[in-house]
Design a protein around this ligand. Structure first.
Ligand SMILES: [Zn+2]
Ligand SMILES: [Zn+2]
Length: 455
């Protein structure tokens, strides 16, 4: 960090009051750390609902209604708050925006404006201190700890929400949020059951309170489970993951690794067989003329990301393997020295100007001891490359692990140098290691060499 901002920034303790979230949690101050309003909304009210459920019988009609209303309000969050307002992945007509503002409010997860602001910060600063629900602070924290405990709003990353401030529906819902919550969270579900089949209490407890609890817990999983469980087919630098279980729980928001890579795509699941009811809903709304401008990344872009991630995985696997000492790191040996050492009993074999110590391998040679021994102290390039036996790709790989030096000026070294020149731009992986493809080992001579002594 540079010194300038350091000196110009006022030191907190002297002048300004320290935010409670920035002080350590102790036995005496823990209650000040708790956001009691949120605790009431996401823990207190559900507990009250559970107690009520003990004596309020559940009617079938009310149960069906609660499930339907669960989907309405859940989709208000996923299709409305998330894919429409936070990511602008499609456009919606005024009636649809009003609908989402109402049913999204009924999920009791804050106003669309507040929710989308935090979510944009989450995408921009994923896994950092500025991510309002960073999974790096723990699974429980990312699920609901971030709401239950007070956060210093200044620490959350800044994002631009000017577009949301220009949407009269978003502004209206933000202003009248409490009224929307009471009406859509409790009164509407109660009235439908009450006026419909006389089950006022059931509507209140099951379609109201307990439904709120389930919708909240389900959609909270996008911040917790989706950053914790599953695969990372597009990018593994951050925590978002793809998993069918998360998708099932979150109305299709479970393909979260894809989503963080392509956030403005109206889909989360790109395969037809993957569960993404939010995508299906948006698509249906388009057919009904209520949604338009659905954004979608070309599959070419999506596949590029997938291939790069696969490449990265392969590189990691490759880096763990023994490919032999790189040629340019091997000591140089004179030909006479090579012959001399082989005569003195060291099992040295030169192939394509590279010297290999096969002493410990002679007894294991699949072609027998005699064959391999006949190459010791000689130029075995031709023998190895088809003169006696056209060795397999695996044999070249194995030979590479035994190399100990290169021969100065040997004609095979010239072959190798020429090949190196032709191939001067070696393909290297992320760690700078040369990628040895099958058939590209330095001991491999492109054409099998027929020799007179093999006949
Ligand atoms: Zn996320
Ligand atoms: Zn998102």
């Amino acid at each position: 960090m540079s010194t300038k901002p350091e000196s110009s920034r006022p030191r907190a303790p002297d002048t300004k009051k320290v935010h409670i979230a920035d002080t350590p949690l102790t036995k005496h101050n823990w209650h000040k750390h708790v956001n009691w309003l949120n605790v009431t909304f996401i823990i207190g009210i559900p507990l009250y609902g559970c107690l009520q459920a003990l004596w309020v019988p559940l009617q079938l009609k009310t149960a069906v209604w609660a499930v339907i209303y669960y989907f309405f309000t859940g989709l208000g969050i996923t299709a409305g708050y998330h894919r429409l307002w936070a990511h602008c992945s499609y456009s919606a007509t005024m009636p649809l925006r009003i609908w989402f503002a109402l049913v999204g409010g009924g999920a009791v997860e804050g106003s669309a404006r507040w929710w989308a602001r935090g979510h944009r910060a989450h995408h921009r600063y994923t896994d950092t201190e500025k991510d309002p629900y960073s999974v790096r602070k723990g699974l429980l924290y990312s699920h609901l700890g971030w709401m239950v405990m007070k956060q210093n709003p200044k620490r959350i990353g800044r994002t631009d929400i000017s577009d949301l401030n220009e949407d009269p529906v978003v502004v209206w819902q933000h202003r009248h949020y409490i009224k929307v919550v009471i009406a859509m969270g409790l009164i509407v579900p109660m009235c439908v059951a009450g006026l419909g089949w006389g089950d006022w209490w059931g509507g209140f407890v099951y379609a109201g309170i307990l439904r709120i609890f389930f919708v909240q817990q389900a959609t909270f999983c996008v911040n917790s489970l989706a950053h914790w469980l599953g695969d990372q087919p597009f990018d593994d630098r951050n925590s978002p993951r793809d998993h069918v279980i998360t998708a099932l729980v979150t109305l299709g928001e479970g393909y979260h690794n894809f989503h963080h890579e392509f956030p403005s795509d109206y889909r989360n699941a790109i395969e037809w067989h993957q569960y993404d009811p939010t995508k299906w809903t948006i698509w249906t709304l388009k057919q009904l003329g209520l949604a338009y401008d659905l954004k979608q990344f070309r599959s070419n872009e999506i596949e590029k990301g997938r291939v790069q991630q696969l490449q990265k995985k392969i590189d990691q696997k490759r880096a763990k393997l023994d490919w032999g000492v790189p040629l340019d790191q091997l000591p140089v040996m004179e030909w006479d020295d090579y012959v001399e050492q082989a005569k003195n009993g060291r099992g040295l074999i030169a192939v394509a100007g590279v010297v290999h110590d096969v002493t410990d391998f002679i007894k294991d040679h699949p072609g027998g001891k005699a064959m391999i021994s006949s190459g010791i102290g000689k130029d075995a390039t031709a023998m190895f490359n088809g003169g006696i036996y056209y060795h397999s790709n695996a044999a070249h790989n194995l030979l590479s692990t035994m190399r100990v030096s290169v021969i100065r000026g040997g004609c095979e070294v010239e072959i190798w140098k020429r090949a190196q020149k032709e191939n001067s731009e070696y393909v290297r992986d992320e760690t700078g290691q040369r990628i040895i493809r099958a058939g590209q080992q330095p001991t491999k001579i492109p054409e099998p060499i027929p020799t007179a002594d093999a006949a």
